[in-house]
Design a protein. Sequence first.
Length: 251
Amino acid sequence: IMLQHPKAPQKSLAGPTYGVTIVMLIIGQMQVIAFVEIKTLNDILGARYGLNMAQFFLSFMTIQMYGFFYRIIASKPTWVRLLAGGWTYEINTISIMKPTKRAPYLCLTISAVVTIISMVISMVYGCISMHHKRGLFISRHNVILWSERLFVLTCLGIILTLEMQRVIIELPIMVIYMLLSNVFVIIFGASVRRPHFYHEDVEEDFILIGQLYYLNFFALYMTYLWTLELVLEMTEWKIPNKDITFLFKRS
């Protein structure tokens, strides 16, 4: 009679997942700064409702197809994986990227810092949850499903609030999106540490999870950004970019 050995614990891929997320988030934030500096691109992203909606639907289809066909994509040559991943990354990043008009550097700086704090909290919570074997865990299927849904919902919400032109309505909506994103990135951070969360038969599965994690953090980043924009608009406080740059140089 052959003895059955217990299934070996899966090597944790949470670290590589965080690595993918952080690199993508840094590149995404750099693109936002570039779009702020290039007035033509800034105007295109912020002022054309039809184009924004077209980007939204393209983003929605892209993220659905990337997740659905990832097993097939992962088995293809490196250049195919890079092309598919890069296309998905850029389409989704640009679709939700709506640079602010009031004190963009101040909003960008504060949003980046608070997003990093949220990421640290999600990492710490994930470690504590696994140590105590209890926490806000959800299955891989639900992580992917709700990650896509929340990103798409936030993207659509930002586009629609841009058209309202009524701060008293826009601000509560942005706060709701911000709170939802905050809660979900913490749940996501705990869930990726569950045993056998990743598919062992899929090469570089952590890239898919890392990209989805990035999308939720970038959505959170943009909700912070627009919440600050709306607060500044309500208070009628406007700080030019050159003043913010001057403050950084002095410090």
